[in-house]
Write a protein of this length. Sequence first.
Length: 307
Amino acid sequence: MQGVFTGFATISVVIAVGMLLAHLRILDLSAQLVLSRLAFFVASPALMVITLSRADVHQVLSANLLASVAGVVVAAGVYVVLARLVWRRALGDTTIGALSAAYVNAGNLGIPVASYVLGSAAFVAPTLLLQLLVLQPLALGFLDADARDGRARWWQLLSRPVKNPLTVGSLLGVVLALTHWTLPTFVAAPLALLGDLAVPCMLVAYGVALRLGPGLGRAGSVAELATTSLLKLVAQPLVAWFVASVLLGVHGHALLAIVVTSALPTAQNIFVHATRYDRATVLARDTILITTIGAVPVIVLVAALLG
């Protein structure tokens, strides 16, 4: 359990630093925007190249992936139906809301949790690759289309994601992993250094937004926020457990890994995307905050029941 608390404590401290810097007026909302753009266009793509080049992509074809896909589809699908039929959200806002309800923090939190709680970071690789190569490019395609004219055309969904820096970085990392080709030091070292900026930039920017932006639940629908949070913390891990245990017959440590991974909170980079496209930023920010706090007892409970 120490790994769970260590991972969450690390994230909380860096977010608190961002809040403190904003409180002291060292950073303002314009600085938050700069940090978010730096993470989106430079640091995160570099991090994806380095991280995925070292991943075992063959783990994508596993029960872990199937159960993770089921959890994502149900959580995101329920939100999309409610957003379009009940809250009448536009395409971009719906996309960010769906990501908030289903896109787990598989990188900067999932990796340490998998390492310390599950025994190996490899357990989070299927979810990481699923999100980076399928869910994120698809979502960014919708966001790009919405930013242009509010309509998602099929050729935009096919062409625009591969022009996105995060997607390009992810694809390069997968190619390197599949070919077992190692980047020369003069390329890998700068990429690794730039990649190290990604998580701190995201978390500091998030802290600034928490301090200077609207208070929790003061902008947007409280019911919508409750929905995204419950879908992420309750529905997604429950669906993953059901598919893995009941339908696929997974048991023991492998089942624990699947459910813990699905119970991870919403990723901070969803707030970066929301800021980049100016869509549902408050919903993304508040869902990240609630799920990051709520994931601690949820993961502890999962570990106690299945560990």
